[in-house]
Design a protein around this ligand. Structure first.
Ligand SMILES: [Mn+2]
Length: 412
């Protein structure tokens, strides 16, 4: 069996409240189509986070429809299997499955119930895509690990797989021991799943969720090809750079497995990016306002296209309309030069004044992610406040929000 594994498309993503990525996605899909033409995969697997938000607009749905209908029309023999990630609405993805089934496309949105004892015999088959060349277990994002559920499906495959064909398990989760570079913000909200919970009986686990391509237990992304034993666990990574913190190349995974029990041969197909991410100034020295503007002007003239983020010197004065000046400067590039207004601030001075009053620079507030940090520093203004109680309350709210979003993802 030969297949292409990708994930985390985030269709409809808008960068920095301002920039749509439709042409970047078009560029990716044109490359994907080229690979399908060259390598004739039996299947194309997309392991979750198809859309960037749960309720994408009609325009974004059309982008999805156009690309996947084109893939099916051009390669009707290729099975396409798409699962929902935590960014997707499980029920919306699932609802479209019967229609797409007519075009050799399987959409799996809803995870199996956490208690499977009341399900009818053979419920596992809903998650098994049986191809002439092998089996694909298509599991979407799930709350928690649910190892018995996963193993029960893998056992069902084992029963049916008397011909010893390759077995692929799809999933969307954070597995412990992986490299989460670029996910700093999100990771606090996510439980990682221990590898012992992944189940056994698969030759290859096709994961989504982490944007950095990687194979569990290997440090070999620089190689064009790798050969692994059976039971390999891999993130294909996202095709596009999704944030400034992703400084690694992106690829899709072309995988060949000839029989159950391996080996697994992986070819990394490097995705060319339509727009790159840049840090300015290029030499890394935190800039004052004039140097920053100069760096942006030079960058724009030289590259004509791309995203950039600034590192600024917080000990220097900045005009109140500094960001507006940047936007004005890049205006003539028709959205090709794209500004991340959340700058990195260096050398922020200690602004505690002599009377104990805390003053904040805008820069400092911009960097603050924990509301408790702000409250602790301004505690003198709220003598009545029980700080520990407040911290507990924040934790509860955070946990509740997480629980709600996971329920929405897995059950609604
Ligand atoms: Mn995800």
């Amino acid at each position: 069996m030969r297949f292409i594994h990708t994930a985390d498309l985030h269709l409809g993503q808008v960068m920095y409240q301002d920039y749509t990525r439709e042409d970047e996605h078009d560029y990716f899909f044109s490359q994907l189509e080229g690979w399908c033409r060259t390598y004739h995969p039996d299947a194309l697997l997309v392991s979750g986070d198809i859309f960037d938000i749960q309720q994408p607009g009609a325009h974004v749905k059309k982008i999805f429809n156009d690309h996947f209908v084109a893939l099916h029309n051009n390669f009707p023999q290729m099975a396409i299997v798409i699962t929902a990630g935590n960014h997707d609405s499980a029920s919306r993805i699932q609802a479209d499955n019967p229609i797409w089934k007519m075009g050799n496309v399987t959409l799996i949105g809803l995870a199996p119930a956490s208690d499977t004892s009341s399900l009818p015999d053979g419920w596992q088959d809903d998650y098994i895509v049986a191809l002439p060349q092998g089996y694909i277990v298509a599991l979407p994002f799930m709350t928690g690990a649910r190892p018995e559920t996963v193993q029960s499906i893998l056992d069902r495959v084992a029963q049916r797989n008397s011909a010893q064909k390759p077995v692929v398990l799809m999933g969307h989760m954070a597995v412990s021991g992986m490299d989460y570079t670029g996910h700093n913000f999100e990771i606090g909200n996510l439980q990682t799943v221990d590898t012992s919970q992944l189940g056994h009986g698969f030759d290859y686990m096709a994961l989504g969720h982490i944007h950095r391509p990687q194979t569990l237990g290997y440090n070999d992304e620089h190689q064009p090809q790798s050969v692994y034993p059976t039971g390999t666990v891999r993130y294909s990574g996202s095709p596009l750079h999704v944030s400034c913190d992703e400084k690694y190349p992106h690829s899709v995974s072309l995988v060949q497995i000839d029989r159950h029990g391996g080996p697994v041969t992986l070819n990394r197909l490097r995705v060319a990016q339509k727009r790159h991410f840049f840090e300015l100034p290029a030499n890394g020295t935190p800039a004052d306002a004039d140097h920053a503007l100069l760096a942006v002007r030079q960058f724009a003239e030289k590259h004509q296209s791309g995203y950039f983020r600034l590192t600024l010197d917080g000990s220097k004065p900045f005009p109140a309309d500094f960001n507006q000046q940047i936007y004005q400067l890049i205006e003539s590039y028709n959205g090709e030069i794209r500004f991340n207004p959340k700058s990195i601030w260096a050398n922020i001075p200690d602004t505690t004044s002599t009377d104990g009053e805390t003053l904040f620079e805008v820069a400092e507030l911009q960097q603050m992610t924990d509301p408790m940090e702000f409250i602790r520093q301004t505690q003198s203004h709220y003598p009545e406040l029980d700080i520990e109680q407040l911290a507990e309350a924040f934790k509860e709210v955070e946990a509740e929000l997480r629980r709600l979003s996971e329920n929405t993802n897995s059950e609604s």
